[in-house]
Design a protein around this ligand. Structure first.
Ligand SMILES: Cc1ncc(COP(=O)(O)O)c(C=O)c1O
Length: 404
């Protein structure tokens, strides 16, 4: 199995399905998942794919083919996972700041639930008492993650119940006899440092003796992948070993079998995704050569929203002489994909591919400027499958009845 899609396949897809176009590699997604299974094999682990990263039902179905459970961040993601054929016990809803009605709906659907506020925990206790096991999301006061926008475990974060309010959790648990069977934290994304996960684990280990009915500890997602040459990802093998050692110790003291749950998104799909655009115009002024493509931050928001770096390649002229370009979008806003990027010489009509586009790419896209959302293609067994057609004008008009 090749670990990536070839330039020729990307060019063929661009010609067959048009651009802008997201392309995903099924075998790579499965290989990434298998890597995690291997890394954590020494511990009783469940690895939930955080589908917020890439939610196409065919990707959810692909994960089902390898019995990979799904982590969701909205009730609709829960419904999509069930629609794709996942059993309720293999679906986890890790909510934040949601209306209790969504938790009630998730309970009716029979899925796993992590609750992230005292308010919803109290409502849950009043409504269901001990009848339905639940996990609680805690805020461990750990600063981690690639940048502040993707750091979710620090003191000022909105996510989770602050660990310093644990007495209130215990009081609710006792008052309503709530079956708390899991403790959850997610400290952020793009966490390279294995120590951060162990620190999070230590915070939970401290609290465990106060929760007699635990069945799992959920450490969330956040594994880092390389985005550019020389980048290092999270050493998941080292993490697997560290988790196994830490868990062995605690398992005995806790005296009951415990699972470790993870919710990786980016690690599973980022490198398996490619975003292909076509160069509309070249503009040269004394300082800058602009390459304007037929897309913008409405389709791939990460560069503008997170200052994220995506490797770009001119697949129409891969061996051309290198020149420096600023790659921009066609949105009527400042939307730079990359500035001063050294790329092989670009001509209008060339195809530029953005790598690491599998996570938080299509899912964060919009119809801003009434531009159509891109199409999505899945390569599996060397064959390209259209898994989402590009928007058309009717799609823009859908839900807009004239009232005047
Ligand atoms: C609760 C939770 N779990 C898992 C993830 C997946 O994170 P990543 O894609 O960095 O692995 C996120 C992402 O923000 C999250 O908020």
């Amino acid at each position: 199995m090749s670990a990536s899609i070839t330039r020729e396949q990307l060019l063929a897809a661009a010609k067959e399905f048009g651009t802008p176009l997201y392309v995903y590699h099924a075998e790579r997604i499965i290989a990434q998942y298998r890597k995690l299974q291997t890394a954590f094999a020494a511990t009783d682990t469940r690895i939930f794919y955080a589908c917020k990263a890439l939610t196409n039902i065919n990707i959810l179905r692909l994960l089902k083919t390898i019995d990979a459970p799904i982590d969701c961040s909205s009730i609709n993601e829960v419904k999509l996972a069930l629609h794709a054929g996942h059993a309720p016990e293999n679906v986890l809803y890790t909510s934040n700041g949601i209306a209790f009605s969504e938790i009630a709906e998730a309970k009716e659907l029979g899925v796993n639930i992590n609750i992230d506020s005292l308010s919803n925990l109290e409502k849950f206790g009043k409504a269901y008492g001990h009848s339905y096991p639940v996990g609680i999301r805690l805020k461990p006061n750990i600063m981690a993650g690639g940048n502040l926008k993707i750091s979710t475990g620090h003191e000022n974060s909105k996510f989770g119940i602050p660990v310093e309010q644990i007495d209130d959790v215990i009081a609710l648990m006792q008052a309503h006899n709530i079956h708390i069977r899991g403790l959850h934290i997610h400290t952020g994304s793009e966490i390279k440092d294995v120590e951060v996960f162990i620190k999070g684990l230590d915070v939970l280990f401290e609290l465990m003796p106060r929760f007699p009915e635990l069945g799992f500890i959920d450490l969330g997602g956040g594994f880092k992948v390389p985005y550019k040459d020389g980048d290092e990802g999270t050493d998941i093998t080292a993490l697997g070993k560290a988790i196994a050692t830490a868990f062995e110790k605690v398992q005995t003291t806790y005296g009951k079998p415990l699972q470790v749950w993870f919710e990786p998104g980016k690690f599973i799909v980022s490198e398996a995704g490619y975003f292909i655009t076509e160069v509309n115009v070249l503009k040269h002024n004394p300082q800058i050569s602009f390459a304007g493509v037929n897309s913008g931050f409405n389709h791939l928001i990460r560069p503008m929203f997170y200052d994220a770096f995506h490797r770009i390649e001119n697949i129409s002229n891969p061996d051309g002489v290198k020149k420096t370009y600023t790659v921009t979008g066609n949105i009527c806003e400042t939307d730079n994909f990359a500035t001063d990027r050294y790329l092989s010489e670009i001509s209008e009509g060339d195809f530029l591919v953005f790598y690491n586009a599998g996570a938080y790419g299509f899912e964060m896209s919009s119809n801003y400027n009434s531009r159509y959302k891109p199409a999505e293609v899945l390569y599996k067994d060397g064959k390209a499958h259209l898994i989402r057609r590009r928007d058309n004008f009717e799609d823009l008009l859908r839900n807009q009845p004239f009232v005047l």
